[in-house]
Design a protein around this ligand. Structure first.
Ligand code: TRP
Ligand code: ZN
Length: 880
């Protein structure tokens, strides 16, 4: 029997002891590092006078234990690799506990705790990595002031970094040196960080709103300093924006970012010392795409924003994870919207939510934004906690208005600075600041599943009255069959026959604030008076709520929205929905052996939108981009046949390509790059439109020529990879594709982040043959199975981005993937568990593939010695 280690929210209770200060001393050795932790603590008033001190570890080796400087006798404590229990501690007095542990950073392939790769020591402590360094109260509600002394070989590790301010640096005369860092801010252990090694650095400065000078440093591998400039620029813009938008000022005298190449996730907000996956720092025009630039800007901002939302105010326990992550994603989204084009940024968010969060919320791994139990917290760093959590904060802002939201957030910072708090505490601040009752609204945090809104309308011309009936249902999710109605703030636009917004003279049937309808019941009819002509109704403008909408409005009305809606998010959404309908119908036709209706009305809209110079190029590019095969599969939702989808999409794509050929050629020619590269959003938008047009042009001509020309003449990575993708995906066997791929491989030899793009382009070539290519690429000298970026770029991209290849009808794709997961799980459990979620929607496949997929997941589950992370995921996937 496996021990049930499920953690429950209801079991929360504070620790018996309070930690005041922690003084850590690291003697860094590649295979043997000694950690001395001196903890000043005392019994919590009210805790039992004889309660033992119970600390956690993970794979630790104890090398010494002392109480107030005297070694502890063995009968005073119990110790295993993951537990340290000390008895007979003072009832009232403060005491100092000294714990020495031995760890091996080189053997640490999990990349959690202290690890050494590529000659760099670095740490990842969130969520439960600190316990792999020393025994501790490794939980977010234990806040302490830390000092950190690092001793290491000076030649190999000229750089010794930790949180806070450098207070001492000394040569030890024996080839080693030491550095001591003090962090004056109380923090939980998950925000601890240490970096040592030899790195290049760029430095800049920021003057805060109160006039303090902050030193900014970004550390990267030698030779890469020239690629850190955009991250630095993003950091300065983030600091300024957080002051202006939310009144948040940075608090230490130095802010450091270190980019490392082996990192499980995107980045980590350690106090004063953010550690990043290098793909989210390094960029120059020759090696990074516009999407890379946008991600770097967003993630640098995200981690910086955590300094207030996460660090100064942290979570009481990990069930509250969305308190910091959802809110910080929301702040990041708002930052991106202010730096770039707001509607374009919003459309990208909607696409991401639908592609990742909706399937999670509708599948076996569904959970509320604030879960009530977990087996492995690592598996709860999900798009539900992050992105849906962000949407919930956005809805609070919609309900309260921007000013009310700001007031509530100001109160949150004032009331809870220095605290470890709950989502209830967060909500209470908005209630107290505005007087609005959010008790019904708060259900968004507790109920899983994506609500479906069904709408119908009736318009009476004689009275000028429009009634709009909205009903909501949320499908059942694991462990939660019955759902309650939510408070859904829905932005609505009424669009007149000539495309203008119409204002009702009055309305009834439910609360309305401006253009926001507050749907709170299972069904409500909103009645609008004073509507002079039959309106087209645009629902969920700006994607004001993370819901699905079903509204059978006339095609004429939908075309009105697609052509004239002033809210560009809703306009894109309608164009996208029309395309999805055409593509789903075409798929059904392929399956039935009927001719495909490629729908000339759809091509007309896409082409007209692409040509419309009143619209910004980035938006036109979005409109022109057909839903992906994955998008279509999600729309069809059951008995999905990836092969039929592929053929249907190609047919529709070709039809649009032929009918718009002249437009596409004109766009490709007129949007040619001139002048030096700039990563700004406008320039990126022009490149996006040009490359979208290029894909159509190439298909219209049934020749790789245009893409080949574009590849050869590309002056930046955005254009280069776009051309390479078209060549490889549309004409995989052409000499042009083969030569471009080989040219790219040679040209970027020794550039792992660029070769990741090369791996991904090939892993996502549609068709059954790609599996062999992926297997072969795993033998490429540029591939490294120990590096999460390489693994995700090749194996991850194949599983998540190649519906026809991965879902081969013979199951070979699943088998390959399962073998990879089983082989990699012992090395890096965080990575394999996350990758495994690629198969979470297997129940949506047609019966043949579904059965084969299930068999492979079951084969994984049969292994006795899976990591807890992977065990948790596969068991939940099979349970539903
Ligand atoms: N807190 C990080 C963020 O900014 C997420 C993160 C980074 C993380 N590394 C991790 C979470 C390792 C779990 C495990 O979103
Ligand atoms: Zn975060």
């Amino acid at each position: 029997m496996r021990k049930d280690r499920t953690v429950y929210l209801k079991d929360y209770r504070p620790t018996d002891f309070i930690i005041e200060t922690v003084d850590l001393a690291f003697e860094l050795g590649e295979t043997l590092t000694t950690v001395a932790s001196e903890i000043r603590m005392k019994r919590r008033p009210g805790a039992g006078a004889d309660a033992p001190l119970e600390l956690v570890g993970d794979g630790l080796q104890l090398a010494g234990l002392a109480l107030d400087g005297r070694p502890l006798l063995p009968e005073r404590y119990e110790c295993t690799s993951d537990h340290l229990k000390i008895l007979d501690l003072p009832a009232e007095d403060e005491f100092t506990l000294t714990i020495r542990t031995h760890i091996n950073p080189t053997a640490n392939t999990q990349l959690l705790g202290l690890y050494r790769t590529n000659g760099i020591y670095s740490t990842q402590c969130e969520a439960e990595g600190f316990r792999r360094i020393t025994y501790f109260y490794d939980r977010p509600d234990v806040l302490a002031v830390y000092s950190v002394t690092i001793i290491a070989d000076k030649a190999r590790n000229p750089l010794l970094l930790s949180n806070g301010n450098l207070v001492e640096e000394r040569d030890l005369g024996d080839g080693r040196h030491m550095a001591k860092w003090d962090d004056p801010f109380r923090k939980p252990s998950y925000l601890f960080a240490l970096v040592a090694g030899d790195l290049a650095m760029i430095e800049d400065h920021f003057t805060t709103m109160s006039g303090r000078d902050v030193t900014l440093r970004i550390y990267v591998e030698h030779g890469k300093a020239g690629r850190a400039g955009y991250a630095m620029d993003s950091l300065k813009r983030s600091m300024k924006w957080d002051e202006e938008r939310f009144g948040r000022e940075y608090d230490l005298d130095i802010f450091m970012i270190v980019a490392v190449s082996d990192f499980n996730m995107g980045a980590m907000e350690n106090k004063g010392l953010n550690i990043f996956n290098d793909r989210l720092i390094l960029a120059d025009p020759e090696t990074a795409t516009d999407d890379d630039y946008a991600r770097i800007e967003a993630v640098v901002a995200h981690e910086y924003f955590h300094n207030w939302t996460g660090n100064r105010i942290t979570c009481r326990d990990w069930f509250q994870l969305s308190l910091k992550e959802g809110l910080t994603v929301f702040r990041e989204h708002e930052f991106s919207a202010d730096q770039r084009s707001r509607p374009v940024v919003r459309v990208d968010e909607v696409k991401f939510l639908r592609a990742h969060q909706f399937p999670e919320d509708g599948g076996p791994l569904a959970h509320p934004v604030r879960p009530t139990q977990y087996l492995e917290i690592d598996n709860f760093y999900t798009t539900t906690v992050y992105e849906k959590g962000s949407e919930v904060s956005r809805m609070i802002a919609t309900v309260l208005g921007e000013e009310g939201f700001r007031k509530g957030l100001d109160l949150f910072f004032e009331r809870h600075d220095g605290g470890a708090v709950t989502i209830e505490d967060y909500l209470t601040c908005f209630e107290d600041a505005t007087g609005r009752d959010l008790s019904h609204f708060s259900l968004w945090y507790h109920q899983a599943g994506t609500p479906l809104i069904a709408a119908s309308s009736a318009y009476d011309e004689a009275s000028g009255r429009l009634s709009l009936t909205l009903s909501q249902t949320t499908p059942p999710t694991p462990g939660e069959r019955v759902k309650k109605p939510l408070h859904i703030p829905l932005r609505v636009g009424l669009i007149s026959p000539n495309g203008d917004d119409m204002e009702p003279s009055s309305s009834s049937g439910g609360e309305r604030t401006g253009d926001v309808l507050h749907l709170t019941d299972t069904e409500q009819t909103f009645v609008f008076e004073g509507i002079g002509a039959a309106p087209a109704i645009s629902l969920n403008r700006d994607f004001s709520a993370p819901v699905r909408v079903r509204f059978d409005q006339s095609r004429e009305n939908r075309l009105r929205i697609a052509g004239a809606e002033s809210d560009l998010v809703a306009r894109w959404d309608t164009i996208n929905a029309l395309a999805l309908e055409v593509l789903s119908r075409a798929t059904a036709a392929i399956q039935a052996g009927d001719p495909v209706d490629t729908d000339s009305e759809l091509s007309d809209i896409l082409i007209a939108t692409a040509e419309d110079e009143r619209l910004e190029p980035a938006f036109r590019a979005l409109a022109l981009t057909l839903p992906s095969e994955l998008d279509i599969g999600r729309e069809i939702a059951s008995d999905v046949d990836p092969e039929a989808i592929h053929l249907a999409r190609n047919a529709v794509f070709s039809a649009i390509a032929s009918s718009g050929r002249a437009t596409f050629q004109r766009l490709v020619e007129s949007l040619r790059e001139d002048g030096p590269f700039s990563p700004d959003a406008d320039s990126a938008g022009r490149r996006a439109l040009r490359n979208a047009a290029l894909a159509y042009l190439t298909v219209a001509d049934q020749s790789p020529k245009a893409a080949d020309d574009a590849y050869r003449s590309a002056t930046n990575m955005t254009d280069m990879i776009a051309a390479l993708r078209i060549l490889a995906h549309q004409f995989p066997d052409s000499t042009e594709a083969v030569e471009a791929l080989s040219n790219f491989r040679k040209r970027f030899d020794g550039e792992p982040l660029v070769l990741d793009k090369w791996f991904t382009v090939q892993a996502t070539i549609p068709g059954a043959k790609t599996l062999d290519r992926v297997a072969e690429l795993m033998g490429d000298p540029g591939f490294d199975e120990g590096n999460p970026n390489r693994v995700r770029a090749l194996v991850g991209a194949f599983a998540t981005g190649n519906p026809t290849g991965f879902n081969r009808p013979d199951g070979a794709g699943f088998r390959f993937f399962a073998n990879f997961i089983l082989a990699t799980d012992p090395r890096n459990a965080t990575l394999t568990a996350r990758m495994m979620t690629a198969m979470r929607s297997f129940e949506a496949l047609e019966p043949g593939r579904r059965k084969l997929a299930r068999a492979e997941i079951e084969r994984i589950a049969e292994h006795e010695d899976l990591s807890r992370n992977l065990r948790d995921i596969v068991d939940r996937m099979l349970k539903s």
